[in-house]
Design a protein around this ligand. Structure first.
Ligand code: SAM
Length: 275
């Protein structure tokens, strides 16, 4: 595909920003060929410009969605960055489980779940280390902008390459079945989760509140006003005493200073204190 021209890159950038809040920088022009080349060729366009022009002029909603999804980075892994998951295991889950022992309910939302590894990491952790919660009312929700990522998360089938990214051997042995070149997560774990598409910038957030929200490695793609908007909206969806985890390079500082970071064991978390 002929490289995209600067004027069409600007149009692509505006489209992606308008629909997702994701800010593409000019250094990311190089991503266009890798991410849109296949789609352009499939639709008979020899240039990226042709694809973008057609998507914008035709107003084809489905095509615009596909382009935005292709430009979103879905990079993820099991127990990503490990320290926040250690905090979950050693601090947040024990505290919540003891505090909510009477209610016997627990809710976790992976708010930019990509293909599901983040939410499944929590689901396996609960089953493995806190089997008492199997009798509880546990709500595990994964949402993402990207429909193809959500479809994959729902299936719970992962390639060998994906399996090799951070999954402890004991979890592999206990929770996965080999399917030719792929691995499928156990039905037991899969059926405890729910995945659905949700755009954090434009959609209504789930009506109920959560005990733990993982909003990890998505704010980095937004500008400051969008980060603030999403953080405030997410914070309003935390129960009093609930916990928020961001990605290791993300922060509330200078964006939503009332959401105060707490450092512990090499990771940062945010806890909503009741009034
Ligand atoms: C880098 S992945 C992070 C996945 C996972 N949270 C992790 O940390 O491994 C970023 C995800 O954010 C999603 N995303 C980007 N903009 C979004 C938006 N406006 N609403 C919901 N999800 C969005 C992308 O589709 C992508 O799957």
């Amino acid at each position: 595909m002929t490289p995209i021209t600067t004027s069409f890159f600007t149009q692509l950038r505006d489209l992606v920003f308008k629909r997702s809040g994701i800010v593409l920088t000019s250094e990311q022009e190089y991503l266009v060929e890798a991410r849109l080349g296949g789609m352009a060729r499939e639709l008979g366009f020899t240039t990226g410009d042709g694809l973008i022009r057609h998507a914008i002029e035709s107003g084809d909603d489905g095509l615009q969605v596909k382009i935005v999804e292709a430009m979103a980075t879905g990079e993820t892994s099991w127990y990503r960055d490990i320290h926040p998951f250690d905090l979950l295991k050693d601090l947040m889950l024990p505290e919540l489980i003891s505090r909510k022992a009477d209610q016997q309910s627990l809710s976790v939302w992976s708010a930019a779940s990509s293909t599901g590894q983040e939410l499944y990491s929590v689901a396996m952790m609960l089953d493995y280390f806190f089997p008492e919660t199997n009798e509880w009312d546990v709500r595990l929700l994964g949402t993402d902008l990207c429909e193809s990522a959500i479809s994959r998360a729902k299936l719970g089938i992962f390639s060998t390459l994906e399996m090799n990214r951070g999954l402890p051997a004991m979890m592999l042995a206990q929770y996965f079945t080999r399917r030719e070149a792929s691995f499928q997560i156990s039905e037991e774990i899969r059926k405890r989760t729910r995945f659905q598409t949700l755009n954090l910038v434009h959609d209504w957030l789930p009506p109920s509140k959560f005990d733990i929200i993982l909003l990890r490695n998505v704010l980095i793609y937004f500008d400051t006003p969008t980060k603030r908007q999403v953080l405030e909206a997410i914070w309003s969806k935390l129960n009093d005493g609930g916990y928020l985890l961001l990605g290791s390079t993300e922060t509330t500082i200078g964006i939503a200073d009332h959401i105060v970071p707490v450092q512990s064991s090499g990771a940062t978390y945010y806890q909503k204190r009741g009034n």
